[in-house]
Write a protein that binds this ligand. Structure first.
Ligand SMILES: *Cc1c(COP(=O)(O)O)cnc(C)c1O
Length: 392
């Protein structure tokens, strides 16, 4: 690897270790274990005196290639691939917390993340406080002497609200706490939380990194010291490990990630501008538009406007359902980041477990839909949206 190579080049080449066969594509090492030349060699490897693989729950050559390519992209010291985004997030949060510790999290979180913070952590005696992630005073007021971890997602799901990552990271440093950022919605192309001061970044690789709706995966990226001293034993002994097959699919996904994110973002921007002019739409939320309430922050910490658009239909739930059902090209799905455009009604699907009051606080109204833009031609997407809006 030439250190001067640019990100697009590195996403095709970084981390590849060729076998003695000189294969072009990354090799898929679909194996559970590894054999040793002698009993002495096994002893040396277990003692850590000799490098090499032991068991695929700990590490695997194909998974290592994916981890190295992601590490290079993110600018992190080290990385661990995981079976899913939730495998990454739950392990990154739980591995160094104990009873009596305190966690502050932005309340606009992916549903399962919110369950981990609100329901699971208190079962183990970990105290948690949820705050309005866009309100720095709320973050400051929530931090206590025993606060160990701050956790946020930006932009948030589904209302595409932003948190000021640099400001929350500074608050974490003042309190000797760590900031964990779920960077799924921004993608590693559009936002670099470690450069903004975050301590750990987590992804669901299921979304844009695969980007073609095939397999689950996740990754935890951080400094080497924390991953070695606080994360590795938890990971090794609880087993959220990434399948080598899925790692191989994700490696191929990384090769086209910048192209896909650029095209999906261009589609999202066009759709957002179109929706903003439509009378059936009462509100459009898109971080790349100047009318986004945090447009200035979006320009400061993101290099693109997101591949997703959220918007509200003036007629509430009935209109949202009529719109979804009338779409012919865009499919109804709770997934996102796919090559295929997907639409979700958060209030009745991804966020149905929240109380009405919690949904109100988050701004998830009955008329709101979340659109994840794919790789289709923008003209076809606009035509589909137009004909569906006409039926609302
Ligand atoms: C999908 C998603 C997750 C969970 O990822 P899985 O791969 O489904 O486990 C976490 N956070 C965000 C923001 C997501 O979109």
């Amino acid at each position: 690897m030439n250190e001067n190579w640019k990100p697009a080049t590195r996403l095709v080449h970084a981390g590849q270790t060729r076998s003695e066969h000189g294969e072009t594509s990354e090799a898929l090492y679909l194996t559970q274990g590894f054999v040793y030349d002698s009993a002495e060699a096994a002893e040396a490897r277990f003692a850590g005196d000799e490098p090499g693989y032991i068991y695929s729950r700990y590490a695997n050559p194909t998974v290592s290639m994916f981890e190295e390519r992601m590490r290079d992209l993110e600018g992190a010291e080290a990385a661990f691939g995981t079976a899913s985004g939730m495998g990454a997030i739950s392990s990154a949060l739980l591995c160094d917390l104990k009873a009596g510790d305190h966690v502050v999290a932005a309340r606009a979180l992916f549903g399962s993340c919110r369950w981990v913070v609100e329901k699971l952590m208190p079962q183990f005696g970990i105290e948690t406080t949820l705050v309005d992630g866009a309100d720095m005073d709320a973050w400051k007021a929530a931090v206590r002497h025993n606060t160990k971890t701050l956790f946020l997602e930006s932009p948030t799901n589904p209302t595409l609200e932003l948190c000021d990552i640099a400001a929350v990271a500074a608050l974490a440093n003042e309190n000797r706490a760590r900031l964990v950022v779920d960077n799924v919605f921004a993608t590693p192309i559009q936002q670099k939380p470690l450069e903004l001061g975050a301590h750990t970044v987590v992804y669901s690789a299921t979304k844009h990194i695969d980007g073609q709706g095939r397999c689950l995966g996740g990754i935890v990226l951080s400094d080497e010291e924390w991953l070695n001293d606080h994360y590795y034993d938890y990971f090794r002994h609880t087993g959220p490990s990434l399948s080598p097959f899925n790692a191989w699919v994700l490696l191929k996904g990384l090769e086209t990630l910048p192209l896909r994110v650029a095209q999906q973002t261009a589609n999202a921007a066009k759709v957002a501008d179109h929706l903003a002019e439509h009378k059936a739409v009462s509100r459009v939320i898109y971080p790349g538009r100047d009318d986004h309430p945090q447009a200035e922050l979006a320009k400061r910490q993101m290099t693109g406007g997101s591949t997703l658009v959220a918007f509200e239909l003036a007629g509430g739930k009935a209109s949202a359902f009529a719109f979804e059902n009338a779409l012919q090209l865009v499919a109804i799905s709770n997934n996102l980041g796919d090559a295929k455009s997907l639409i979700t009604h958060p209030a009745t699907t991804t966020h149905k477990n929240l109380s009405d009051a919690d949904r109100d606080t988050l701004g998830i109204s009955p008329g709101m839909v979340r659109l994840s833009l794919g790789l289709e031609d923008a003209d076809d997407l606009l035509a589909d949206i137009e004909q569906a809006l006409a039926k609302v």
